[in-house]
Ligand binder design. Structure first.
Ligand SMILES: CC(C)(COP(=O)(O)OP(=O)(O)OC[C@H]1O[C@@H](n2cnc3c(N)ncnc32)[C@H](O)[C@@H]1OP(=O)(O)O)[C@@H](O)C(=O)NCCC(=O)NCCS
Length: 202
């Protein structure tokens, strides 16, 4: 597996190990109090750059997780544990010099029979800067990192009623592979979505 632009990614441990230390099979979503601010997005688009998260970003990531995923379960500690595990790649979006969102993935190790597979564990954007293209930027960077890490598939779970997330993922070429009932700790159903990375980047 190549190191790629995000160095730690080449050393990621097995997703299964991460899963054992994490919550029941759950990736998260948004709370009603954390809805996107409607803004005239494209005309006021903030300057954004994406970088790998650093230890000092831990508080931002866990607090945003707590707000953004509240209605699905308690994710603050879970995301913090994943962040600390060293087994996940976390990318941070910085808008006008301030953290604005993050995306976190883990990747399985390749076997002789199977190439590695990347799972998007969480993606969230601060409610004040949603709908300005940050989520899409994060997702595209995650995909690029996954490709560099040798993955040929990226997968994720999202709640059936999370229309914002579904629209983002479908717009970026993910397709629904299955339904998992009561996937989240609070009982919501989830869609399993996947995207092949062998095709040319979107
Ligand atoms: C899902 C989320 C990450 C999207 O981030 P974002 O920065 O607002 O998304 P973008 O501005 O990049 O939007 C990209 C596309 O997503 C879709 N989208 C985003 N917000 C939407 C909304 N409120 N309603 C409908 N579609 C929406 C649109 O297709 C949009 O494309 P467009 O602006 O060209 O129409 C954000 O809403 C969020 O943090 N939600 C809470 C956490 C969450 O649910 N995460 C997903 C868990 S799997």
């Amino acid at each position: 597996m190549s190191g790629g632009r995000y160095g730690k990614y080449g050393e990621i441990q097995r997703l299964q190990r991460l899963r054992r230390s994490g919550p029941p099979r759950s990736g998260p979503e948004s709370s009603p109090s954390d809805r996107p601010a409607r803004r005239n997005a494209r005309s006021t688009a903030p300057r954004v750059h994406i970088r790998e998260a650093r230890p000092l970003d831990r508080t931002f990531v866990s607090r945003l997780s707590g707000r953004a995923f509240r209605r699905f379960g308690s994710y603050t500690g879970v995301i913090r544990d994943w962040f600390d595990s060293g087994a996940a790649l976390t990318l941070l979006a910085v808008s006008e010099g301030r953290p604005a969102g993050f995306a976190m993935t883990a990747q399985t190790l390749p076997t002789p029979a199977e190439p590695p597979e990347t799972e998007l564990l969480a993606i969230a954007v601060d409610s004040g800067v949603r709908r300005s293209g940050i989520g899409r930027r994060l997702l595209r960077e995650i995909e690029a990192a996954a490709r560099e890490g040798g993955a040929d598939v990226i997968r994720l779970h999202t709640a059936t009623d999370n229309l914002a997330a579904r629209s983002l993922f479908e717009g970026e070429g993910f397709r629904v592979l299955g339904l998992q009932r009561r996937f989240y700790p609070c009982g919501q159903d989830a869609l399993l979505m996947i995207k092949g990375l062998a095709d040319k980047p979107s």
